[in-house]
Design a protein around this ligand. Structure first.
Ligand code: C2E
Ligand code: MG
Ligand code: MG
Ligand code: MG
Length: 294
């Protein structure tokens, strides 16, 4: 039978494949339990990475990045579980948890007189499709008392996302004062189309663009993006700045904001609080911080 089915057909049962599927299922179960607050499965944390004005070193905001502390496996980064969360129907709840947690944090910084900065929260595919997201976000702002302009929502390209997905939600939130950022800009096919679809106020240049700078003698692509952003009146943030020459070059090209390990790594809330305290009212980044998490 195997021969008749052809050389490349798998007729035998592959134990490795079975293991993978089991591993996946276990992870989904653990994710669900963590979301339900079962600490025996794990806990979520939000880490914060400063968004910095490249010319001055001023911390203008921070991005909220989820971390999963799995009870047995330790810290798991989002690239390893956000996909699972999206396909298992848990991603919407996770995004909302991060949103509320991040807004509470901004409110605490405000209350402690540490500073008034914005927080940028990532929205996944499920959130983009969630018709209740606008109401939930406005409610979270109301509960925490954070100004809508202190919330940025980062959206990114998704395959086969229906054209209208999220458009109304983001229009409503923009009207309330929330800002929309287009994340990972420059690597997808439809990034430019997203600029038309959504009320985007900020472009976040994908890390790959920043890392290519190192080798490229000139930067026609970046010059073009800067010109375009200027005429559209959107801010530009360069992601993934890992070296001082990259920071300098980006600043010279007229890119106002940046984010990256060279400026500051993502930090747990307490470390970010100390960093802001240390930075003082001027909110200047107090040198490079080598420690921290990733
Ligand atoms: P992103 O939104 O593009 O976030 C930036 C990622 O780049 C973060 O990875 C950050 O830690 C990393 N990064 C920052 N500076 C540097 C650098 O200089 N060099 C390098 N190599 N990396 C740098 P992280 O935290 O692992 O998150 C990965 C992705 O997971 C995020 O990419 C975002 O798409 C997603 N994500 C994170 N938190 C959430 C969340 O709450 N909800 C959703 N839906 N997605 C999230
Ligand atoms: Mg992001
Ligand atoms: Mg990004
Ligand atoms: Mg990215």
């Amino acid at each position: 039978a195997a021969k008749a089915a052809g050389k490349n057909t798998v007729v035998t049962y592959d134990p490795k494949h079975r293991e993978q599927i089991l591993g996946r299922q276990n992870l989904i179960t653990d994710l669900r339990r963590t979301l339900q607050g079962d600490r025996a499965a794990g806990t979520f944390e939000v880490h914060y990475q400063p968004l910095v004005e490249l010319g001055t070193g001023l911390i203008s905001g921070c991005e909220a990045l989820i971390r999963w502390r799995h009870a047995e496996r330790g810290m798991i980064r989002p690239d390893h579980f956000i996909g699972l969360a999206e396909t298992s129907g848990l991603a919407g709840e996770i995004d909302r948890w991060v949103l509320l947690e991040a807004l509470h944090q901004v409110a605490r910084w405000e209350a402690e007189g540490i500073g008034s900065i914005y927080v940028s929260v990532n929205l996944g595919r499920t959130s983009m499709l969630d018709p209740a997201l606008a109401d939930a976000t406005l409610e979270a702002l109301r509960v925490t008392g954070v100004e809508p302009s202190q919330l940025h929502l980062e959206i990114t390209e998704h395959d086969e996302l229906p054209r209208e997905a999220g458009a109304l939600t983001l229009a409503l939130l923009t009207e309330a004062g929330v800002r929309v950022s287009l994340d990972d800009f420059g690597i997808g096919y439809t990034s430019l189309d997203y600029l038309h679809r959504y009320p985007v106020r900020q472009l976040k240049l994908d890390r790959s663009i920043t890392s290519n700078l190192q080798t490229a003698p000139s930067s026609p692509l970046l010059e073009g993006i800067v010109a375009m952003a200027k005429s559209l009146q959107v801010d530009v943030v360069a992601e993934g700045i890992e070296t001082e020459p990259q920071r300098e070059r980006l600043a010279d090209l007229g890119i106002a904001y940046g984010q990256g390990y060279h400026l500051c790594r993502p930090q747990p809330a307490e470390a970010m609080t100390s960093l802001l305290r240390e930075a003082g009212p001027a909110r200047l980044i107090p040198g490079q911080r080598a420690e921290g998490t990733q």
